[in-house]
Design a protein around this ligand. Structure first.
Ligand code: NAP
Length: 271
């Protein structure tokens, strides 16, 4: 992609928080291999996020598995019991002070992949809402979690990504955020708009990132049966199958992919 930006425009955007405390000791002490890569995953307690934890763990990565409620993350806690490379941290992507606090604690930790997975999905009760019944408080929550949250996490952990070997920021987007590939029906107003906003935020970040050797991509995981309702859709993918294919896409990423929106099968998604 071409760089069209004025350097100063991104200075504020890319400024990371100052270090406050050293990174947690438990994490720093478990490793012998300094080159072991690290991934930070948001929304890692269930669904696609949890499956990413499982598959990165199987590869021997260090994982900063974040969730907004660590005390209720039973599957994650169970998995971490047998894997000291998984550290569970509290992170609500709408809590900007909390994000900065966590970033300050990890200030000296390179993060190879920042995996922006957390999202507020379209709830069945509101998904079909029409013009007359749109709930704009809900709209604000969708934008806060699905678009502004990932952008804030990118800002806070940008320096960690830049300091790593892989230098990748990867967002779980959706075909719902595409003007072309998404549903053409008047449904899912807030979810679709928030994913389109996510795409534009990260596509814009990609212009700045390429100058700093960081690669930013957005992925569409397919229709994935992460809950019983989604699993009933014809053709719904099993979560492990979607993530396995996403891992293959991630394995193949190069700096040439900066700014791309990519389907789980590897094809470029239309905006
Ligand atoms: N499943 C699909 O068919 C599909 C299709 C296209 C795109 N995607 C995208 O893929 C990603 C994962 O999908 P999924 O089906 O696994 O979603 P999911 O099962 O609904 O899980 C969403 C995750 O995000 C977390 N989350 C929600 N609000 C948060 C907040 N404020 N701060 C931090 N975490 C928060 C949830 O935590 P709690 O448990 O605390 O709520 C949960 O861990 C999402 O970005 C989604 O939009 C999914």
């Amino acid at each position: 992609m071409k760089c069209l930006t004025v350097a100063g425009l991104f200075a504020v955007l890319l400024a990371g928080p100052a270090p406050a405390e050293p990174a947690p000791e438990s994490f720093a002490t478990v490793h012998t291999e300094p080159s072991t890569p690290t991934v930070l995953i948001t929304g890692s307690n269930r669904g696609i996020g949890f499956e990413f934890v499982r598959q990165f763990a199987a590869r021997g990565w260090r994982i900063i598995a974040t969730t907004r409620r660590p005390d209720r993350a039973d599957d994650l806690i169970e998995l971490a019991k047998s894997n000291p490379d998984i550290v569970i941290e509290r992170l609500d992507v709408t809590d900007h002070a909390g994000i900065d606090e966590l970033a300050a604690r990890y200030a000296d930790r390179p993060i190879d992949i920042l995996l922006l997975n957390a999202a507020l999905g379209p709830a069945p009760a509101t998904a079909m809402a029409q013009l007359e019944t749109l709930d704009f408080e809900l709209a604000q929550r969708h934008f806060a979690v699905n678009a502004i949250g990932p952008m804030k996490v990118s800002q806070a952990f940008y320096a960690n990504v830049k300091a790593s070997d892989r230098k990748q920021i990867i967002a779980m987007s959706s075909d719902s955020g595409s003007f072309v590939a998404g549903s053409q029906a008047p449904i899912l107003f807030h979810y679709k708009a928030s994913k389109a906003a996510l795409n534009m935020y990260l596509h814009t970040l990609a212009f700045a990132a390429q100058k700093r050797d960081v690669t930013v991509v957005m992925l569409h995981p397919g229709l994935v049966g992460t809950n019983p309702r989604l699993a009933k859709f014809p053709g719904a993918l099993k979560t492990e199958d979607s993530v396995r294919q996403l891992m293959t896409v991630i394995d193949g990423l190069t700096s040439e992919d900066n700014g791309r929106f990519i389907r789980y099968t590897g094809e470029t998604m239309p905006w």
